[in-house]
Design a protein around this ligand. Structure first.
Ligand SMILES: NC(=O)c1ccc[n+]([C@@H]2O[C@H](COP(=O)([O-])OP(=O)(O)OC[C@H]3O[C@@H](n4cnc5c(N)ncnc54)[C@H](O)[C@@H]3O)[C@@H](O)[C@H]2O)c1
Length: 439
């Protein structure tokens, strides 16, 4: 499909404020990483916006620019970081505490990291039971807290002379919550904010404040947060892009790489058992069954959607799927995941695949935060609003329009993302048909 001229995109001029909710392992690894890359100390490995390319036109044309040269993205030098946390530690102290990056690197970045001091958080222990912080806002109602955040966002923008902003939730996973009637419309949501309704979690207050301020919002955790009709309505009303939920890293990333391959070859699945040991604060929070339930829902849905048991009952009906996370402090951020996959082939003969992934959670998540910040900002400058399904590539539980099922296959997600960029620039969409080369 050829598009005449693409979409008008405002230039990426001026500073882009990146507001992070939570200044823990993921956020500090992201910020320190950007500072290290800016100084030429390291490479932005894992970031599509920094290292990825995009093929344009026919394969014979040899047009393969870098994505960042193809669409106008904010430069790393133009990023300014802000954060909220329930602990007052600066990004330097928080990065040391997270123990992801080596002290030697952090010391070189100390002046930049020490300047980033978190603002007081909107927090309520009923939504994250394993944490107990001191650096917290007070307010009579949840609406009061939202107004304080809105004021802080405006103040941050003024003080740092930002042209534009984005907000990313990289705070702890909240307890499992089902959609509630007060989430159904903006009107009922705002009434509930004023009445301190328990169906409004702190993450929703941040998302509401962002959207009221015209700031795009991404949700890196599996909490409902912005994935409710009231906030989707507000995003559409204010022309703000949103996306989520739950960064796709580690074991789920592997699942969405391997499962599409098994399904392509019509190999059956009896069961998939996944277990993890994890020793960081995220692991500690997820040790609480209510927070784990939120994560579990997000991790479990992936295989069902990719394998489509209703379409392939002989291959995928009733497969067992178990996911466990065990908090094991000695391991820190260096998670270890095991997968045992029981598959079957021709005539039903069984086989097994074992995966032992010694991964580093925040090393996998940091480039996603960078890409999401830059792509959300691009989306806003291109006039896109509401749910950004083309960013499904980054999430375990991608947000979609209510009538759609989410697309989990990593390769389809990447194609969707790149075709969206081609569409924005008026380039031909790539279908991979390729018959024209043989005419
Ligand atoms: N690292 C990954 O690969 C990965 C993948 C998917 C999702 N996530 C999610 O990203 C989030 C961050 O992960 P992490 O490893 O950085 O965790 P972390 O525990 O190191 O950091 C989270 C930070 O959020 C703070 N916090 C909690 N509630 C807050 C609130 N209401 N307002 C402000 N700050 C708050 C905590 O004090 C902590 O400093 C978690 O929800 C995690 O589940 C991480």
């Amino acid at each position: 499909m050829a598009i005449e001229k693409g979409v008008e995109i405002a230039p990426a001029q001026g500073k882009l404020g990146v507001l992070l909710v939570g200044l823990g392992a993921v956020s500090t690894t992201f910020i320190a990483g950007v500072e290290a890359v800016k100084r030429g100390l390291a490479e932005p490995i894992g970031s599509l916006t920094q290292m990825g390319t995009i093929r344009l036109g026919k394969r014979t044309e040899n047009r393969v620019p870098k994505i960042k040269d193809f669409v106008p993205l904010a430069e790393l030098d133009d990023l300014v970081f802000g954060a909220w946390d329930i602990f007052p530690d600066s990004a330097y102290e928080a990065a040391l505490q997270a123990g992801v990056l080596e002290k030697e690197l952090l010391v070189q970045l100390k002046p930049q990291l020490q300047k980033i001091k978190p603002m007081r958080a909107v927090f309520d222990q009923r939504y994250v039971k394993r944490l107990n912080g001191t650096h917290i806002k007070e307010g009579k109602t949840k609406m009061d807290l939202a107004e304080q955040l809105i004021e802080e966002i405006a103040e941050f923008k003024r003080r740092n002379r930002c042209a534009r902003m984005v907000m990313i939730w990289a705070a702890s996973t909240e307890v499992f919550m089902k959609p509630h009637p007060v989430h159904r419309s903006l009107q009922s949501f705002e009434k509930a904010l004023k009445e301190n309704h328990k169906a409004i979690a702190p993450s929703m207050i941040y998302a509401y404040a962002a959207l009221r301020s015209g700031v795009p919002f991404a949700n890196g955790a599996p909490n409902l947060t912005v994935d409710i009709p009231a906030l989707i309505e507000l995003a559409n009303q204010n022309g703000v892009p949103i996306c989520g939920k739950d960064f796709k890293t580690g074991q789920t990333l592997m699942k969405t790489i391997i499962a599409p391959g098994l399904k392509s070859r019509l190999l059956g699945l009896h069961g998939w058992y996944s277990t993890n040991i994890l020793g960081n604060r995220d692991g500690e929070v997820l040790d609480d069954p209510d927070s784990f339930k939120t994560k579990e829902e997000s991790k479990l849905s992936v295989l069902e959607y990719i394998l489509q048991p209703e379409i392939y009952p002989q291959l995928y009906k009733d497969f067992s799927h178990l996911v466990r996370i065990n908090y094991y402090p000695p391991r820190g951020d260096n998670k270890e995941g095991w997968d045992n996959i029981d598959i079957f082939g021709w005539l039903g003969y069984p086989m097994q695949i074992k995966i032992n992934f010694l991964c580093r959670d925040s090393i996998l998540a940091a480039p996603l935060v960078l890409d999401l910040a830059l792509f959300l900002d691009l989306a806003q400058r291109a006039g896109m609003k509401g749910i950004q399904e083309w960013l499904s590539f980054y999430f375990k539980s991608p947000m979609t329009a209510p009538e759609l099922y989410p697309e989990h296959d990593l390769f389809i997600q990447l194609m969707k993302l790149k075709n969206t960029l081609r569409y924005l620039r008026g380039e031909e969409l790539i279908t991979h048909l390729g018959l024209e080369y043989y005419d």
